[in-house]
Design a protein around this ligand. Structure first.
Ligand code: PGA
Length: 275
């Protein structure tokens, strides 16, 4: 393992999307909390819940080594923006993370890089860590422009955010075709894109390469170890599998097992790419 990857603590972050109920959440929070308290988990764990459940997350998880966060935030600090939730409000609930620019928001809510950049900036100024999502469609992958697409998406958002200290931002690479489909990127393909994103971060400022880059898109217990062992994959953004405590905990355990094996897997992946 390189010095660089040692500095980036792996992060396993659940994205509940628009799922949950007070009753079902209680069981899930309790299982995650117990797992974190009974085990000395060397990776960081968090859950991004629908906004109405932030107070439940705060009550259920406070004191545990589990962070909580939201899935969207307003691009504005405060004011007449009916339906919006500000970064300061999320921070008041003790939220640490907020997902911005998820492909579902880009597609269904027509979110632009400018808007996503403004949301990320609001999050940072309120003390939250934005999880900035990028990812190519299947058509873009088939046309051979996957790498260029995600690099452009990242640069476009970073242009509104500026150079930040690495612990203030997280990036998530989520190929659109892998989200919720059960068809994840292979470890080698994901590692290739993550390495390209890392290079892109490096171009944006000294230290920016230390920003953690998560992989998301159909991570399940059976593929988590391979993906999370890659040198440039610093954790996972977990959708469907984060709704099952057994699956989510199994993925956390895989992230723990992956520690120390990054270099070996990167070598295998790179050898595969070259041949
Ligand atoms: P998935 O979703 O794990 O269900 O594919 C990931 C995400 O959309 O963040």
């Amino acid at each position: 393992m390189t010095e660089v990857s040692k500095m980036r603590r792996k992060l396993v972050l659940g994205n509940w999307k628009m799922h949950g109920s007070i009753g079902a959440n209680g069981q899930l929070f309790e299982a995650i909390r117990q797992h974190a308290s009974q085990n000395d988990v060397p990776v960081e764990v968090g859950v991004c819940v629908p906004a109405p459940y932030l107070s439940q997350a705060k009550n259920a998880l406070s004191g545990a080594a589990v962070a909580w966060g939201a899935q969207d935030v307003s691009a504005y600090a405060s004011g007449a923006y009916t339906g919006e939730v500000s970064a300061a409000m999320l921070a008041e609930f003790g939220a640490r993370y907020v997902i911005v620019g998820h492909s579902e928001r880009r597609a269904y809510h027509r979110e632009t890089s400018e808007l996503i950049g403004a949301k990320a900036r609001q999050a940072i100024s309120a003390g939250l860590v934005p999880v900035i999502c990028v990812g190519e469609t299947m058509q873009e992958r088939d046309s051979g422009i996957a790498e260029q697409t995600v690099r452009d998406q990242l640069s476009d958002v970073l242009a509104f955010v500026g150079a930040e200290s690495p612990d203030r931002i997280v990036i998530a690479y989520e190929p659109v075709w892998a989200i919720g489909t059960g068809r994840s990127a292979s470890s080698a393909d994901a590692q290739t894109i993550h390495a390209a994103l890392r290079a892109c971060l490096r171009e944006h400022g000294t230290n920016m390469e230390q920003i953690r880059i998560l992989y998301g898109g159909s991570i399940k217990p059976n593929n988590a170890l391979g993906l999370l062992s890659c040198a440039d994959i610093d954790g996972g953004l977990i959708g469907g599998a984060s709704l099952s405590s057994d699956d989510f905990i199994s993925i956390i355990d895989s992230a723990c097992r992956a520690l120390g094996s990054e270099t070996r897997v990167a070598e295998v992946a790179n050898a595969g790419i070259k041949s």
